[in-house]
Ligand binder design. Structure first.
Ligand code: ATP
Ligand code: MG
Length: 278
């Protein structure tokens, strides 16, 4: 069964999506079967993989979650097929998962997820919808990586409920580092109430500007505060315009600048993640 990793932090713009793309593709390059899931209504993961207009896509994660929320007993007359609800879900998943040229599969996301998140709120088992969907494909992959939106809403809770581990990218700057405490409290709460097995895979220092003392001070502070009880990845992702360029051109850092320092860092991070095993 594949390992489910969620990449989350309620702070925006800290490198979640960039990490999802490049970790996913590096794992695929290492021969792993990988599925990336875009659980952000912004559709940034989908767009970063080169799908230019996520909002115009016909099948997305929103349809998968809807298939689960609306069992097909609504079908009537000649449309009626006697099938269990789960088959409706499996069929929707099959129609939705895309195969990307760089070797990963993608369950795309778009703005429709915002509406789905609202309608989830009144459902029973609303925290477990994504987990149920993932259970249908877990055997097909070695790694399933979920890119979360910058909030602690129901979609993020679903991702944490479905995950074995969470990677928390943190930008080496004052305010993003401060927001970490709130996120860690959410992880603890999810662990207590919904998903006892959830582990923190690690805090990932991203967009690190090695030239500044300020970044060094923030990093020292993060180590001092959390280093004794939470893993902090040895690999730090350097700040580089190459990373921004690669997201904008819809390709991974390995296709955009394979010899650069960001590509090297994501390769190293991938080794650390693979070493962790489960
Ligand atoms: P959101 O919270 O909006 O989902 P995010 O946490 O997913 O954001 P990204 O989209 O990965 O963050 O990154 C934010 C911006 O910073 C993007 O334009 C991206 O291309 C750029 N970026 C990511 N990593 C780096 C880096 N190492 N160096 C420079 N720019 C980067
Ligand atoms: Mg993002």
């Amino acid at each position: 069964m594949g390992k489910v990793i969620c990449i989350a932090n309620q702070k925006g713009g800290v490198g979640k999506t960039t990490t999802c793309v490049n970790l996913g593709i590096a794992l695929a390059m290492a021969g792993k079967r990988v599925c990336l899931i875009d659980s952000d209504p912004q559709g940034s993961l989908t767009e970063s993989l080169g799908y230019r207009n996520p909002d115009e896509m016909e099948n997305t994660l929103a349809d998968v979650l809807k298939a689960e929320m609306e069992p097909d007993d609504k079908l009537s007359g000649s449309d009626y097929v006697e099938e269990p609800v789960c088959d409706n879900l499996s069929r929707t998943l099959e129609n939705t998962i895309l195969h990307h040229v760089e070797g990963v599969d993608l369950l795309p996301g778009n703005i429709e997820l915002a509406g789905v998140e609202v309608s989830m709120v009144n459902l029973m088992s609303r925290e477990l919808l994504l987990k149920t969907a993932i259970s249908k494909i877990r055997n097909d992959y070695d790694y399933i990586i979920i890119d979360c939106m910058p909030s602690l809403g129901m979609l993020t809770i679903n991702a944490l409920a479905a995950a074995d581990t969470v990677i928390i990218p943190v930008q080496a700057a004052y305010l993003p580092a401060k927001g970490l405490e709130q996120f860690l409290m959410t992880v603890s709460k999810v662990r207590r109430q919904i998903n006892r097995k959830l582990r923190i895979e690690g805090i990932l220092l991203s967009m690190v500007d090695c030239r500044t003392n300020f970044a060094k001070e923030i990093i020292a502070l993060i180590y001092e505060t959390y280093g004794s009880h939470i893993k902090i990845f040895q690999t730090q992702i350097p700040l580089s315009v190459r990373a921004a360029e690669s997201s904008a051109s819809g390709i991974s850092i390995f296709s955009h600048d394979s010899k650069g320092k960001v590509a090297a860092a994501y390769r190293e991070l991938t080794q650390e993640v693979m070493k962790d095993g489960r």
